[in-house]
Design a protein around this ligand. Structure first.
Ligand code: SAJ
Length: 418
């Protein structure tokens, strides 16, 4: 008999994961509190953007292997994949995890497996999820198996990475971990490592923290280089020739729902110990302001009272339509608060002006915020012709300095005084 999976949360992770189970023979219920998401799913449609996901969802819905509901149903396996946003005071907001967990309690039966996938502070599975599940009257770890297994997928490559990336499974006891491993073996081709739930929770947080801290180092190098007649990008290129060095890229800040959020979940638990992590977050958070200061410098002797800026790219990283925690939105806020007139051009974002030249018309400065591939193919001469000024600030070391200077731009590069 086919096993039944119930996945609570149909977002960037829940929906692709549900589709994976459904396409591997599991009868799957996708649960979301948002009726619009559920209705779309039941029509075989999706409202997020992720390559190939629309086709897969349509296929499994048509085959009746995946169905959307606003409340859970009885199942063999429950997976919780709801968001854990961050509060204003940089703490994990666990309210969705709590309500999702409570929502499955009435449907639990002996032998069920419950997995938390949401990125969560260390201790969540044992200290938050387990007590809620105990309300069912079952012995957790004996009647109900419980554990934590985070995703590691990159937006834009989710379907491929769900299958081909290795995975960590942390159980509240050994038998839970072993049972959960079997669940993911349905579609994961790479190795699945077993551990306890606290360790698995910390793994998820540290993977993204590792990247955040390394980006902070690169951003610090950028600031240092600007003050020392050095080009940080050149330093990085040569340092990375060393077989054991991999310096990351500086930029206008760190966006997305993971790197800019997860390290705070560690700081929250151990504020006195997580010093480097805390500092790195603050360095990365300072970058929009740093780019703003660069822009301000260009206007020091400016006589006109209307300062006009065009920003190319507003998403949190290249070639996707995702604006979550984008540092460019913060930069735009800073500019507007200081009286700049700001126009934004981003081919990935619906509702924005789709006319590039119109977006650049009359601008004093153009800022490349995100390195979308599409920005390599645009005609910068036409842009310069419609601008009032001639300055281009590249925050990603993406454009060809020489070509732009030949055309007549003054090219400025984040991380370089040259
Ligand atoms: N960034 C830099 N410099 C770099 C690399 C990235 O400034 O050298 C910036 C990007 O511009 C972007 C941000 O960092 O604003 C984050 O982008 P990303 O591509 O590093 O990561 P995410 O947030 O899209 O996805 C991460 C991934 N984690 C790691 O690579 C360790 C992904 O595997 C996780 O599954 C995902 O977080 C998640 O869901 O936690």
């Amino acid at each position: 008999m086919n096993q039944k999976v119930c996945i609570v949360g149909l977002g960037y992770i829940g929906l692709p994961t549900a589709s994976m189970f459904a396409s591997h023979g599991y009868y799957t219920i996708g649960v979301d509190v948002n009726q619009e998401v559920v209705d779309a799913l039941n029509k075989g449609k999706i409202i997020i953007e992720e390559p190939l996901l629309d086709e897969l969802v349509k296929e499994v819905v048509d085959k009746n292997m995946l169905k959307g509901q606003v409340t859970p149903s009885k199942a063999d396996i429950f997976i919780i994949a709801v968001p854990t946003p961050i509060t204003k005071d940089k703490k994990a907001d666990m309210s969705y995890v709590i309500s999702a967990t409570k929502s499955i309690v009435p449907y639990l039966r002996k032998g069920n497996i419950v997995v938390l996938e949401s990125t969560s502070p260390v201790g969540t599975t044992k200290e938050l999820i387990m007590p809620i599940l105990q309300e069912s009257g079952f012995e957790i770890g004996e009647d109900i198996y419980l554990g934590y297994s985070p995703e590691r997928v990159l937006p834009g490559q989710i379907l491929n990475e769900l299958v081909n990336n290795s995975r960590v499974v942390g159980g509240i006891n050994d038998i839970s971990a072993t049972k959960i491993k079997k669940v993911y073996e349905a579609f994961v081709k790479a190795k699945i490592y077993l551990t306890d739930s606290n360790t698995a929770e910390m793994c998820k947080l540290m993977e993204n923290t590792y990247r955040d801290v390394n980006i902070a180092l690169a951003n610090e190098l950028a600031k240092l280089s600007e003050s020392m007649d050095i080009n940080a990008w050149e330093v990085i290129e040569y340092c990375n020739k060393h077989p054991r060095v991999n310096i990351h890229n500086p930029g206008p800040g760190v966006g997305g729902h993971c790197l800019a959020v997860d390290p705070w979940f560690i700081v929250e638990k151990r504020p006195g110990l997580a010093n480097l992590i805390n500092l790195s977050r603050n360095i990365n958070d300072s970058m929009p302001h740093h780019v703003f200061n660069h822009i301000e410098k260009e206007f020091i002797d400016f006589k006109n009272d209307s300062k006009k800026i065009t920003i190319l790219g507003i998403t949190y990283k290249p070639n996707i339509d995702d604006m979550r925690e984008s540092p460019i939105t913060e930069l735009i806020e800073l500019l507007k608060e200081s009286g700049y007139q700001v126009k934004v051009f981003d081919p990935y974002i619906k509702g924005l002006n789709k006319d590039l030249l119109n977006s650049c018309e009359g601008s004093d400065v153009v800022v490349l915020g995100v390195n979308h591939d599409a920005f390599l193919d645009i005609n910068y001469k036409d842009i310069l012709n419609v601008m009032r000024g001639n300055i281009l600030i590249d925050t990603r070391n993406f454009l060809d300095k020489e070509k732009l200077e030949d055309i007549g731009f003054v090219y400025r590069l984040l991380g370089s005084s040259k």
